[in-house]
Design a protein around this ligand. Sequence first.
Ligand code: ZN
Length: 241
Amino acid sequence: MWYLLSFLVGICVGSFLNVLIYRSTQEGLRVWSPPFSFCPNCKSKIAWYDNVPILSYLILKGRCRSCGWKIPLRYPIVELLGGVSFLLNFTVFKDDLFSFVLACLLSSSLIALSFVDLETMLIPDFLNFTVLGCSLVLAIKGDFLEHLISFGVIAGIFLVLKLVYREGLGSGDVILAMGVGLLLTPFSGILAVLTAAVSGILFATITNRKNLGLKLRIPFGPFLALGGYLFFLLERGTGWF
Ligand SMILES: [Zn+2]
């Protein structure tokens, strides 16, 4: 019962994350205004019955009711990711409500910043600092010294990388890496960064196969977020590290 409920709440949060992602990637739009959802193409207001997460996308066959604009697949994907992450968070933290809420705030920020980064190659500061804040509180609740060492090691690695590849690595990536470092302990932190690097390189190899001559330019944020979140769940859920 609680599992289903956390999944459903996660889907609804995912629906809000879509708004957040869209409005962070557009200039002149604020998260809270206008206070209703609208179609990005024809600007018509979306009725509540067309705004039910995932279901509406399926019922409307992925098109806007007013103008027939093709709704990007990102919308149901983000909603589903929201649901799955809340479910996983609940599985790991079902005995600790406070940590569960923090984990949900953390995973939601990671989802949002990943998709903003994919679209704009930038990570909004407010999302990065939410991750950093959640990581800090979760670290204080755990073995703080371990988390501090992990933070130092990973922050050090990324600051050196930033000095070497000035343009290749954004400062948003460096701040995100610090958040991931603080979230994890040294061993899982290193594994998370390695996972991020390997999956990022794999992704770049697959998607850039056709134009090998082009300079590689991929957002690193989503991979860092994925690696960090994965090892966070493993560490807290299994106690392996
Ligand atoms: Zn429309």
